[in-house]
Design a protein around this ligand. Structure first.
Ligand code: AMP
Length: 278
């Protein structure tokens, strides 16, 4: 595996590659990221993983500063997955000038995560587009763990005619159901034992809807109540349509339930796809 930190070397290394699969990450890699690398390995002759903690994605500088940076162990994990190139650019190389051009995402970027994190998806889409332009991948992989992000990037690729196939990876979880996330490291032992509750309330909604319940409002309210009663601060628990992320309707088949809630100082997100028969 080659570790590349500057754009000129990246271009020189990738110039002759005809099938590149790309996985953007912020590092602190876990089995979720590695599952994407495994899919990529089967699909392309050259697998490129980027590690870049994007300052624009953090609303508070202290969150950006404390984000776990574990470059040495990350690179070992990627070597084990036979990744060809680890691209870890310096901020000054990626942003030599103040970034004043941005990708303006569609309106569904303003709901769910977008409601709680101002300009978040504008900044995600912008950095992803920059990476696409630097790497020219034929394939790019994103996890369903960040469901709204996956949908926004898919829409960007489609609407801006980018010649890239987006592949979605399933969410990788611990045995008790907690979705793997770099932020899980922030949980105390006590919080960790409670953290799986977010998954459990989403699973309960999935089970209810798949067995025919159409009373989405009361399912959502009940889940919020359960979390609140156990000390969580809930941002949203909401049923939406999978493709458009429009609010769920009883006569629509492919739904997803998404949740975001804070346990102590740690904000966790998760979601589950739901398959209903009409
Ligand atoms: P991040 O480093 O958090 O920006 O994540 C990089 C990529 O890994 C994104 O496409 C995420 O959706 C994906 N990812 C993060 N956690 C998981 C997980 N538990 N399972 C599958 N993919 C994940």
């Amino acid at each position: 595996m080659e570790i590349i930190t500057d754009i000129l070397s990246l271009h020189a290394r990738l110039k002759k590659e005809s099938c590149i699969a790309f996985i953007p990450t912020m590092g602190n890699l876990h089995a979720g990221h590695l599952s994407l690398a495994k899919i990529a390995r089967k699909k392309a002759s050259c697998v490129v993983v980027s590690i870049f903690v994007n300052r624009l994605q953090f609303s508070e500088i202290k969150d950006f500063n404390k984000y776990p940076r574990t470059f040495e162990s990350d690179s070992k994990l990627l070597i084990n997955e036979n990744v060809n190139v680890l691209f870890a650019p310096h901020e000054s190389d990626l942003f030599p000038l103040k970034q004043e051009f941005f990708v303006e995402p569609p309106l569904f970027a303003n709901i769910l995560e977008g409601e709680f994190r101002h300009n978040f998806f504008r900044n995600v889409a912008t950095i992803v587009l920059k990476f696409f332009n630097l790497i020219h991948p034929q394939i790019a992989l994103f996890g369903k763990k960040d469901y709204q992000q996956l949908k926004i990037i898919s829409a960007m690729v489609q609407q801006l005619n980018l010649p890239i196939e987006i592949i979605a990876g399933e969410t990788i979880r611990t045995q008790d159901g907690l979705a793997l996330s770099s932020r899980n490291l922030y949980l105390s032992t006590d919080e960790r034992s409670k953290a799986t509750r977010l998954y459990q309330v989403l699973l309960e909604i999935k089970i209810q809807v798949e067995s025919g319940s159409k009373d989405f409002q009361s399912l959502q309210n009940k889940a919020r109540e359960i979390l609140k009663n156990r000390g969580w601060e809930v941002d949203y628990i909401a049923l939406h349509q999978r493709n458009t992320l429009a609010p769920a309707q009883a006569n629509v088949q492919d739904l997803v339930v998404l949740g975001a809630a804070r346990l102590g100082n740690t904000r966790l997100i998760d979601n589950l796809e739901i398959s209903t028969k009409i």
